[in-house]
Write a protein that binds this ligand. Structure first.
Ligand SMILES: *Cc1c(COP(=O)(O)O)cnc(C)c1O
Length: 399
């Protein structure tokens, strides 16, 4: 369990039932965390935030002072992020970019294109002639590199070194490097290499992956200015207090960066930046026993917080007891020590956390699910069963 911050706790307890469920974000906690991440990284390493983890404008803005830019993965994210944090550098990645999206990105003046295929490179060159005349457009080639055996063993979502729709195989990337350096595409500039190979890696594994990417990129034998080694830093939903070891990662990147003084290294985490600043808060509607197991049914469910269903984990939860009970009918309460917290959807998959220590849990008690600041609301199937949407609260000591 991670306890909500005092500000979040106060807000969750002060909201009327009708305003639950709610997403409550602690922007002060987000700023503190982002500042610590930035501090742990060498000055020369650039930090981009992968907006897909949580693109709420308040989150993007709060991260502003600590990041060098934002990574966007669609035309929608591009327009949204450009509007929410105007003037900040953007890198445009993701498979299946449409001609319209590429055109919009050229017109927006995106700083970097992360090119995913030879076809996309060709399309970009053609469109750039029309929509970015007289400009050389900066390109990072996204490469799907096989990574050293075992270094991705702990990863939950490996994307590198096996068949995926992401990036180019090394041999295809070498072809693309040739096309970018032999005059085929004079209006494109090969700025560097990009790779995002896995998610859920610990610091030592991340350093090893970064090292293989840089070694491969510098072995191409062409001058490169940048290598983007991606995101995917581990967030431990089973042990939320144990955070990614940014200090160890920073040290590894510092060493790598000293070995390659000509290169700017860049990382683009999403989850590990914003997961910790969000809570999905709700109240218990019913407590019941089913074939020997106790269930607390909460207002809302996985249509708002799909993360535990997609990742197959129990979302960490804290119970905030409420002593008043407004109804004339009796208040149901748990008899045992452990309660499974489920939502209001008519599917057995709508479980937020199993066997939560919640002795005596009563209807009307509140529950705050933590680590709900990334891949939470924005990956959820909001309209299934047509329950009302949650409220959104962005708490900030700065006002
Ligand atoms: C999703 C994604 C990220 C961020 O991954 P996290 O696991 O949230 O850190 C970074 N780069 C690319 C290309 C991505 O697709």
């Amino acid at each position: 369990m991670t306890e909500p911050t005092p500000a979040v706790r106060d807000r969750v307890l002060s909201l009327p039932s009708g305003e639950l469920p709610a997403y409550v974000y602690d922007l002060t906690a987000l700023r503190t965390h982002a500042a610590a991440v930035r501090e742990a990284l060498p000055e020369r390493v650039e930090l981009y935030y992968a907006a897909k983890a949580n693109p709420e404008p308040e989150i993007l803005a709060a991260l502003g002072p600590y990041v060098d830019g934002y990574e966007v993965s669609s035309g929608g994210e591009l327009a949204h992020v450009a509007g929410a944090v105007p003037g900040r550098p953007l890198a445009f990645g993701g498979p299946g970019k449409t001609p319209d999206e590429v055109t919009a990105a050229l017109e927006t003046g995106v700083e970097r294109f992360h090119v995913e295929s030879a076809y996309e490179l060709r399309m970009l060159a053609e469109l750039a002639r029309t929509y970015a005349p007289g400009r050389r457009v900066a390109v990072l080639l996204r490469v799907n590199l096989p990574v050293a055996d075992g270094s991705l063993a702990g990863s939950s979502l490996a994307m590198g070194g096996r068949p995926t729709p992401f990036g180019m195989d090394p041999a295809q990337a070498v072809e693309a490097v040739r096309a970018l350096t032999d005059g085929t595409y004079p209006n494109l500039e090969l700025r560097g290499i990009h790779a995002h190979l896995a998610s859920g890696l610990e610091a030592a594994e991340q350093v090893a992956v970064a090292e293989s990417i840089v070694t491969w990129a510098t072995g191409l034998g062409v001058p490169l200015a940048e290598v983007n080694v991606g995101g995917g830093m581990h967030v431990d939903y089973a042990d939320p207090e144990r955070r990614f070891d940014w200090a160890a990662y920073g040290k590894g990147l510092a060493r790598l960066s000293e070995e390659h003084p000509e290169l700017t290294l860049r990382i683009e985490p999403g989850r590990a930046l914003t997961a910790y600043c969000g809570w999905y808060a709700t109240e218990v509607l019913d407590v019941k026993r089913s074939h020997g197991e106790e269930f607390g049914v909460v207002r809302g469910g996985t249509h708002h917080l799909r993360t535990p269903a997609t990742k197959g984990h129990d979302q960490p939860a804290a119970v905030l007891p409420v002593d008043t009970w407004p109804h004339p009918w009796p208040r149901p309460a748990a008899e045992g020590e452990r309660v499974t917290l489920a939502g209001q959807l008519c599917t057995p998959k709508d479980v937020l956390a199993r066997h939560v220590p919640a002795s005596g849990l009563r209807a009307g008690d509140r529950v705050a699910f933590s680590l709900a600041g990334a891949y939470a609301w924005n990956i959820s199937h909001h309209d299934f069963l047509m329950h009302p949407r949650p409220g959104f609260h962005f708490l900030s000591a700065a006002g």
